[in-house]
Design a protein around this ligand. Structure first.
Ligand code: MLT
Length: 411
C-alpha cells in the first residue's frame, strides 16, 4: 500500500495566495458585476521590457534554424548570462562573486524550497514573523517541524518577530540557530535592512556556524543609496550566506520565469563525521540531477536586462511601481491609516483600522470596495492586525482602489 508524506498533513489549509484566489473567485461568482481590483499577490501588471521581448523573439527564431537551434543547456545556466550577472549585480557593488557561483533557475520561490535538499534534517531553523510563507511551508513539508499551534506557529521553528515596536528589524537570536531566512527589502512588510544590521547577522552566523538564506528578490526597489542590495556587500557573508534573486519583480518575469541563486564556493556545512563539505558541490549535484535549466529563450530575455536599453527600461518600471507605492502610502495616511514600508519596496504594510482582524479587513475591503489585498496574518501570527497592499497594478486601477478605500475607511 502506498503511503504519503505525513508532513503535508501538518500544513494549515491551502497556500496563502491560492486561498485568497479561492475567496475572491467565490465573491466574483456571486457578484459577477463587481469591478474587482487586485492588490493582493505581488504579481506584476506591466508588460515585459522591450529589450527582453526583442531578445526573446530573436532567440525563438534561432530555435527555428538548424544551425542556431539549442537543445539542453547547462543545468547551471548559460555562461554568458551568469557572467553578466556576476559583473553587474555583484562585482560592480564590490562583491567578490564569480559567475561559476551563480545558478540560474526558474524562480526564487522554487529555490528557497529546493535548497533544503542539501541540508540535514536536524538543523534549528529561524524565520521572521511575519514571513514569506514558502520558507515555513517547505520546512513543514520536509519534516523539519512539529505540528502548528492555535496561532499557526509550528513547533521546532524559531520565530523572530518584526513589527512596528522593533522598527521591523529582525533581532539577533539569543539562542543558537543553524539556518536563518532573511528577506530584505522585506516581503511582506516592505522594511529594509541596513549594512550594520546585516553585519550583525553575518557576525552571528559566522560565530555559530549558521547559514543565512538571503532572499533579495526585491533589491531592485532600493532607492536609498546607503542600503545594501546584496548580502555579499557585507564582509564575511561569502562564508555564511546563500542569496536568492529573481527577474520576476524587476523585469516582470513572473510569468516568464527566471531567477538565480548564489552559492559561494567558500561556503561549507558539517557532515555527520564532523568534516566540512562545500555546499556549492552539493547544490551543483542537486541541480544537475533534478533540473535541466531554464529555457534558452528565457535566458536570452534575462540577459537583455543587463543591456543599456534593458537597464533604462527596468529603471522606468521600478519607478512606476514605486510611484504606485507612494500613492498608496499618501492616500492611506491621508485617510488616517497607519502605514509602513513602500519606500524601498513594492509592498505597503497597513495597520488594520478599528482593531479589525486581518481576515475581517480582507472581507470588508473585498465586499465594500471590491479591492483585494493580503491579510497580514497569512504571513504569520505577528502579521495579525496588519494588511499588505501591493503596488503592482496599473496606475488607473491603483488610483481607483485608493479612492474606494479612502472613501470607506476614513479613520
Ligand atoms: C507575494 O505576493 O508575496 C509574491 O508574489 C509571492 C511570490 O513572489 O511568490
Amino acid at each position: 500500500m502506498a503511503t504519503i508524506n505525513e508532513n503535508y498533513l501538518k500544513l494549515k489549509a491551502g497556500y496563502l495566495f491560492p486561498e485568497i484566489a479561492r475567496r475572491v473567485n467565490a465573491f466574483a461568482q456571486s457578484n459577477p458585476n463587481a469591478p474587482i481590483i487586485k492588490l493582493g499577490i505581488g504579481d506584476v501588471s506591466e508588460p515585459l521590457p522591450e529589450a527582453c521581448l526583442t531578445a526573446m523573439i530573436k532567440a525563438v527564431e534561432e530555435m527555428g534554424g538548424r544551425a542556431s537551434f539549442k537543445g539542453y543547456g547547462p543545468e547551471q545556466g548559460y555562461t554568458w548570462l551568469r557572467e553578466k550577472i556576476a559583473a553587474q549585480d555583484f562585482q560592480a557593488r564590490g562583491c567578490d562573486i564569480d559567475a561559476s557561483e551563480i545558478f540560474i533557475s526558474d524562480g526564487s520561490k522554487c529555490d528557497t524550497g529546493n535548497i533544503l535538499d542539501i541540508f540535514g534534517k536536524n538543523n534549528t531553523i529561524a524565520v521572521t514573523d511575519p514571513v514569506y510563507p514558502v520558507y515555513v511551508d517547505t520546512n513543514v513539508m520536509a519534516g523539519h517541524t512539529g505540528v502548528s499551534n492555535d496561532d499557526g506557529k509550528y513547533e521546532g521553528l524559531v520565530y523572530i518577530p518584526i513589527n512596528a515596536e522593533n522598527n521591523f528589524t529582525a533581532a539577533i537570536p539569543t539562542q543558537k540557530v543553524d539556518l536563518i531566512y532573511l528577506c530584505f527589502p522585506n516581503n511582506p512588510t516592505g522594511a529594509v535592512a541596513t549594512k550594520e544590521h546585516l553585519q550583525a547577522w553575518v557576525d552571528y552566523a559566522k560565530a555559530n556556524g549558521s547559514i543565512i538564506f538571503f532572499d533579495a528578490a526585491y533589491e531592485a526597489f532600493i532607492t536609498d543609496p546607503s542600503l545594501p542590495h546584496s548580502i555579499y556587500e557585507i564582509p564575511g557573508a561569502k562564508d555564511c550566506a546563500i542569496e536568492f534573486r529573481s527577474f520576476s519583480k524587476n523585469a516582470g518575469f513572473t510569468g516568464t520565469r527566471c531567477a538565480l541563486t548564489v552559492v559561494p564556493k567558500s561556503l561549507t556545512a558539517k557532515a555527520a563525521d564532523g568534516s566540512d563539505v562545500e555546499l556549492w558541490k552539493l547544490w551543483n549535484r542537486r541541480q544537475s540531477t533534478k533540473f535541466n535549466g531554464v529555457s534558452y529563450v528565457v535566458q536570452r530575455g534575462a540577459e537583455a536586462v543587463y543591456s543599456e536599453a534593458g537597464k533604462a527600461q527596468i529603471k522606468a518600471l521600478i519607478s512606476f511601481y514605486l510611484e504606485n507605492a507612494k500613492i498608496i502610502r499618501e492616500k492611506l495616511t491621508g485617510a488616517g491609516l497607519q502605514v509602513y514600508g513602500g519606500v524601498n519596496a513594492p509592498y505597503v504594510w497597513v495597520k488594520t483600522p478599528n482593531g479589525l482582524s486581518s481576515w475581517d479587513f480582507f472581507d470588508k475591503l473585498l465586499q465594500t470596495c471590491n479591492v483585494v489585498g493580503t491579510p497580514g496574518s497569512g504571513f504569520g501570527a505577528a502579521g495579525e492586525g496588519y494588511f499588505r497592499i501591493s503596488a503592482f497594478n496599473s496606475r488607473e486601477n491603483l488610483e481607483e482602489a485608493m479612492k474606494r478605500i479612502t472613501e470607506k475607511f476614513k479613520v
